[in-house]
Design a protein around this ligand. Structure first.
Ligand code: NAP
Length: 270
């Protein structure tokens, strides 16, 4: 008998941690379903969606590089994500059979810091790519007052601030940090094989939070420096697991069992 399933699509796809995360939760909850990885090339994207739309066992998919923008052309964009985050990372089928695109990255980013009061806060963000868009979307909703957006190409950062209607400034990465309540690295700097992110954390107040979206390595130089200064840190696995948890509930109708996060994190870094 066939089983319900969801999957992650991308090109390449072998590196994805999504099957391990969703598989862990399916097993924990004893849900009879699968979560797979499917290699879908850009040329195959339209065919993929038209086939899956007709497959009664398919619950939906997560989307990774390079399809996060292109997939918008194949789904209904009911949340007007094209005009905001500019990308989707999850597709579902509604009860009428229509494919709906959504994005769980912003919610996944925000979940670990949802207890903070960021209303009127000054924050600093590094990067102006797809990840930064999800971060800025969430920070705008949280009511931040001022964003120092650091990027190799400040012009691109200025465009992003304007697109989200955020007050702030676009700055080159070697500019000193402001006394921000929250610092987010949404660039690949500090990731294995990438140049380091060399920031002097001294201007941050003692209660600042430093959040690095990079999760390989899990403790980046940025997080180590923040920890050594006694600042609270959030690592990239928090967002990775957070965005997956939102998608899991949409696919399988039950909340992800987050009380098992310690064991899940252990498994993911092994
Ligand atoms: P991306 O498109 O590769 O990154 C774009 C941004 O990084 C741009 O601002 C770009 O600057 C800057 N950048 C790239 N290489 C650089 C370099 N060598 N020097 C200086 N700046 C550089 O990636 P993304 O999709 O936005 O993701 C960014 C990071 O977040 C990645 O490490 C990714 O793994 C991580 N991420 C984590 C999660 C999670 O769940 N934890 C989710 C999404 C992404 P320019 O504008 O000047 O080109």
């Amino acid at each position: 008998m066939s089983k319900p399933y969801a999957e992650v699509i991308g090109d390449p796809i072998a590196h994805s941690k999504s099957p391990a995360i969703h598989g862990f939760w399916l097993e924990t909850l004893g849900i009879e379903a699968d979560y797979r990885a499917a290699h879908v090339t850009p040329d195959g994207l339209a065919g993929y969606f038209s086939r899956r739309k007709e497959d009664p066992d398919w619950r939906g998919c997560n989307i990774t590089i390079p399809h996060k923008q292109a997939a918008l052309d194949h789904v209904e964009d009911r949340g007007e994500l094209r005009a905001s985050i500019g990308a989707i990372n999850t597709v579902l089928r509604d009860e009428d059979g229509a494919l709906i695109g959504t994005n769980t990255d912003a919610a996944g980013f925000y979940a670990p810091i949802s207890g903070l009061d960021l209303e009127g806060a000054e924050v600093a963000v590094v990067g102006a790519g797809g990840a930064a868009r999800a971060v800025l979307f969430a920070l705008k909703r949280a009511g931040v007052a001022h964003v120092a957006l650091f990027n190799r190409t400040p012009l691109k950062a200025a465009g992003l601030l304007a697109a989200f209607g955020l007050e702030g400034e676009a700055l080159p990465i070697d500019t000193p940090l402001p006394p921000a309540a929250l610092l987010v690295n949404a660039s690949p700097l500090g990731m294995t094989g990438q140049p380091p992110l060399a920031l002097d954390l001294d201007p941050l107040p003692d209660d600042a939070i430093v959040y690095d979206l990079v999760y390989a390595p899990l403790e980046t130089d940025l997080l180590r420096a923040a920890r050594e200064r006694g600042l609270v840190t959030v690592d990239g696995l928090e967002m990775l697991i957070g965005q997956a948890a939102v998608a899991f509930e949409l696919f399988f109708g039950r909340p992800a069992p987050r009380d098992g996060d310690a064991a899940l994190r252990e498994m993911l870094i092994r």
